[in-house]
Design a protein around this ligand. Structure first.
Ligand SMILES: Cc1cc2nc3c(=O)[nH]c(=O)nc-3n(C[C@H](O)[C@H](O)[C@H](O)COP(=O)(O)O)c2cc1C
Length: 180
């Protein structure tokens, strides 16, 4: 069994999404100590913007397909995901490999895989908030590939120190609930 841990926050040691991805991986390892962990830091080792030529290199896609569980840190930058994470998504959404179009409509080809996404956001976003393009993008994106992703959230991070602590505590509590 393999976990693929994807981080995409630019804020290093101050990153909230990185706290949550670490906690999610720790929880999984606690219940399965033999599990293999592959870490991909999209800030330390960024992927280029997508080009047609990039489709020839299937390393990122193969790494995604090989993982049983994928843990993704998704900080909100300018209401969407980081461009580093978008470049990764661009490598794993590949026609004929992870989805296909049929006469009945699109079909996701990635079946049996767990995806857990840690969302960290400066403000607060109720469901349906039209500024929210992190979960509102990643959920249908993974659904399109045939996966129902799970989400944990740390919100209000930029509001002030107390809200930051409360947001992190809420995110960690959601991680505990996922494990339960
Ligand atoms: C470049 C940048 C852009 C941001 N844009 C937004 C935004 O549009 N909306 C928001 O609520 N918070 C925004 N924030 C706050 C982050 O979402 C918040 O700090 C969150 O913790 C980021 O995750 P991280 O700590 O893992 O980097 C932004 C932060 C940065 C650094």
């Amino acid at each position: 069994m393999t976990i693929l841990k994807i981080d995409s926050s630019i804020t290093g040691e101050n990153s909230v999404s990185r706290v949550l991805t670490r906690s999610i991986v720790d929880q999984i390892v606690a219940s399965d100590p033999g599990i293999r962990i592959v870490e991909r830091d999209l800030v330390d080792e960024p992927l280029d913007h997508l080009t047609l030529a990039a489709f020839a290199d299937t390393f990122v896609l193969d790494e995604f397909l090989a993982a049983d569980t994928v843990v993704i840190g998704a900080p909100m930058y300018n209401f969407g995901i980081s461009s580093q994470l978008k470049a990764w998504i661009d490598r794993i959404a590949v026609a004929g490999k992870t989805f296909r179009y049929t006469a009945e409509g699109p079909e996701g080809l990635v079946g049996d895989k767990r995806v857990v996404v840690a969302v960290s956001r400066g403000g607060f976003y109720d469901r349906g908030n039209s500024f929210e393009h992190v979960e509102a993008y990643l959920k249908p994106m993974f659904n399109f590939l045939g996966i129902e992703p799970e989400f944990v959230h740390a919100d209000g991070i930029a509001v002030g120190p107390e809200q930051r602590e409360a947001g992190i505590a809420n995110g960690l509590a959601e991680v505990e609930r996922l494990a339960a």
